[in-house]
Design a protein around this ligand. Sequence first.
Ligand code: THU
Length: 134
Amino acid sequence: MEITAEQQQELIRQAKDAYIKAYAPYSHYPVGAATLWSSGKIFAGCNVENASYGLTVCAERNSIFQAVSQGERRLKAVAIAVPAEHFPSPCGACRQVLREFAEDCLVILVNGQGKTRLTRLKTLLPDSFGPEFL
Ligand code: THU
């Protein structure tokens, strides 16, 4: 396994914790994300919406940008949690931003019942474009 069971549990815990702080007064769809990096550190983020709707930042990108701002570059795994019944699914923009820092990685999806579904970035974004092309 590329990450430990403990790391997986901690990612899930932090992603669930993060959606509590989501600022989502327009969509009423809170999302939390937690990313694990090669340093072993985890960074959490929530979605932050704006009255000018297009300025909204997703939970995944919020978490990634915080990590990169602290010097992280190699992403190992991400957990995304919502209180809603349906499993979350990262938007296309966030898939591409995840891809910037990992050719492939574990993606853990968590719904409001606490059920988890495991997938991979390569599955969500096949034949992807990345920094090594440039
Ligand atoms: N959102 C996320 O934060 N992550 C996702 O994976 C899907 C969408 C946010 C953006 C917006 O604040 C709300 O969910 C509804 O689109």
